[in-house]
Design a protein around this ligand. Structure first.
Ligand code: PNS
Length: 158
């Protein structure tokens, strides 16, 4: 069974994240979306809120599981018996940091492989920060986040 872990802050989940999850769920037997809960960044949404938004957004994809983790990703992956990390790449600017993380994770556990998937063209500009800024300033985020969680995100940010 090929279990892949898609780690991130997901603060909040966007259409870009959902696109990566949906496409990877067709490739791997199980995709665990792992929300980081001890980040240095102070998240806008609590870990419970971020997990709840992800659960709503992925409720129709049976082989997706939403979880959270703290500490090293490689330690979490060993617990989950997974050696596949999924990362979405939007632009060349994402690459340097992601490349550094992939090499670090591989150093920490040489059995772990990072699989990069390119974001779909319509989501190239998207990020959680952009979604939060637009929502806070009263703009429409309807093309940016899954429809079923749009209201919840707006309620938190407006
Ligand atoms: O969505 P983000 O904020 O870019 O996700 C970053 C994340 C969660 C993938 C990264 O910070 C992470 O893996 N943190 C866990 C700590 C860790 O394992 N660090 C060593 C690898 S760089």
């Amino acid at each position: 069974m090929k279990i892949a872990v898609y780690p991130g802050s997901f603060d909040p989940c966007t259409n870009g994240h959902l696109d990566v999850i949906t496409r990877c769920a067709k490739v791997f037997d199980q995709v665990i979306v792992a929300v980081l809960c001890n980040s240095n960044k102070s998240p806008t949404f609590s870990v419970e809120e971020r997990m709840s938004l992800l659960k709503s957004a992925t409720r129709d994809i049976p082989n997706v599981k939403i979880d959270c983790f703290s500490g090293l990703l490689t330690h979490y992956m060993a617990q989950k018996k997974s050696n596949i990390i999924i990362k979405g790449l939007r632009a060349v600017s994402d690459f340097e940091y992601e490349f550094q993380m992939a090499l670090t994770n591989s150093k920490l556990n040489p059995d772990v492989e990072t699989f990069f998937i390119t974001t779909s063209a319509q989501n190239l500009y998207l990020s959680s920060s952009i979604v939060k800024e637009v929502a806070r300033l009263g703009g429409s985020i309807s093309d940016m986040v899954p429809a079923c969680i749009e209201q919840e995100i707006n309620d938190k940010l407006k």
